[in-house]
Design a binder for this molecule. Structure first.
Ligand SMILES: O=P(O)(O)OP(=O)(O)OP(=O)(O)OC[C@H]1O[C@@H](n2cnc3c(O)ncnc32)[C@H](O)[C@@H]1O
Ligand SMILES: [Mg+2]
Length: 211
């Protein structure tokens, strides 16, 4: 027998990226007031999967399934990245580790700038993608994707956000990088904001509906 919905309001958010997790917690808190979000630091350590899938969806599912298997909690995971048209969609799923280990946003940004050095302004278009996977212990799974279009600028600007935000200008907010937006404004237009706002009501349904 399944537990009543009232006992099933904890959701594990499986991310090791503190700044991403902060965005996820903030957006989810607005959308799902009755749900308690726990992080990987709040549960017993477990072996986390290698993100070796060719798609954001595949990696998000890997991370969410591993969380459920280890904790028994409904688990939500985000796999995201920047897809640059002049680089045939790269770094894409490799965004976090584009410049090799250990993960470094600063080196990733330096490498991206170097790779785009000779690319003229009109061909510096790019978009962020965020796939959010939610996996329930009973096997039900949901994946949604959000996207934010824009372009890559020529020098880093701003102190907010994380990752490639210092180099990315969203089409919806011309003239400033997404690292120069307020947290709320980034959430309003971001790939992550879009995906999480779409998935939140589905999570509520998943937690309350009997299978
Ligand atoms: O897998 P987890 O543990 O969640 O943390 P991670 O940082 O490795 O996350 P991903 O594998 O999903 O890789 C996402 C990378 O894409 C970039 N990225 C994703 N969303 C971004 C955003 O909103 N702003 C800037 N860069 C972003 C950034 O380099 C992230 O490290
Ligand atoms: Mg990762």
């Amino acid at each position: 027998m399944r537990a009543p919905a009232s006992l099933e309001t904890k959701v594990l958010v499986a991310s090791r990226n503190a700044k991403k997790l902060e965005e996820m917690r903030r957006i989810l808190a607005e959308q799902m007031t009755a749900v308690e979000v726990v992080g990987l630091d709040d549960v017993a350590p477990f072996e986390e999967p290698v993100e070796d899938q060719p798609t954001f969806e595949g990696n998000a599912l890997l991370k969410a399934r591993a969380g459920v298997a280890a904790t028994g909690l409904p688990t939500l995971a985000d796999d995201s990245g920047l897809c640059v048209d002049a680089l045939n969609g790269m770094p894409g799923v490799l965004s976090a580790r584009w410049s090799g280990p250990p993960k470094s946003d600063e080196r990733n940004n330096e490498l991206l700038l170097a790779q785009l050095h000779d690319v003229p302004d009109e061909r510096r278009t790019a978009h962020f993608v965020c796939a959010v996977a939610v996996v329930h212990p009973d096997g039900r799974e949901i994946v949604v994707e959000g996207r934010m279009d824009g372009h890559v600028v020529r020098e880093v600007r701003g102190t907010g956000g994380f990752g490639y935000d210092v180099l990315f200008v969203a089409a919806d907010r011309p003239g400033v990088t997404t690292a120069e937006l307020s947290r709320e404004d980034k959430d309003a237009i971001s790939h992550r904001g879009k995906a999480l706002r779409e998935v939140a009501p589905l999570v509520a349904q998943l937690l309350s509906a009997s299978s």
